[in-house]
Design a binder for this molecule. Structure first.
Ligand code: FES
Length: 165
């Protein structure tokens, strides 16, 4: 598989056209890498560096600074559980521990079948509906309890199995 296909390269050119310097396109291009590959490897950082003419060290600094970038592979279903103040006060840590124990993995680990990974994260901006988690950087699930999270994990698992058949 090509690192970026023709359509993606066009999109990158389009992103670059919005800025005076290609360096400014780094965050969205890294996001494209993550959406395509699920995480950002050292090799990916080097390829993005070649593409945007940015030194690898700078890209490494950016990727390690922002928690939204995955530095290692994640599961097909990546659960990000907020433990920041509002969520913490409404059981975020307990929820994180419950999910980790249920799946048998620790923070930033992936289950043996590659299905789930779990990550403790900072505020995702849904404090009024704490505790919450985010799935695959897209969907929010809010006002969670252990019962709700059990149902959520079951339904995500079933959905993923159906998508794989
Ligand atoms: S503190 Fe959890 S979403 Fe804001």
């Amino acid at each position: 598989m090509e690192f970026f296909n023709e359509i993606e390269l066009k999109k990158i050119d389009e992103i670059k056209s919005h800025y005076p310097e290609s360096k400014a396109a780094l965050l969205p291009v890294l996001w494209m890498v993550q959406e395509k590959y699920g995480w950002i490897s050292e090799d990916s950082m080097k390829k993005v560096g070649d593409l945007l003419n940015i030194p690898y060290e700078h890209i490494l600094g950016v990727v390690t600074f922002y928690t939204m970038y995955n530095k290692k592979p994640v599961g097909k279903i990546h659960l990000q559980i907020c433990t920041n103040v509002s969520c913490m006060l409404r059981g975020g840590y307990e929820l994180f521990k419950y999910v980790s124990d249920k799946l048998g993995i620790k923070n930033k680990e992936v289950t043996a079948d590659g299905m789930f990974s779990v990550e403790e994260v900072e505020c995702l901006g849904s404090c009024a509906t704490a505790p919450m988690l985010q799935v695959n950087n897209q969907n929010f699930y809010e006002n969670l309890s252990q019962e709700k999270v059990d149902k959520l994990i079951d339904s995500l698992h079933s959905e993923q199995k159906v998508n794989n058949t």
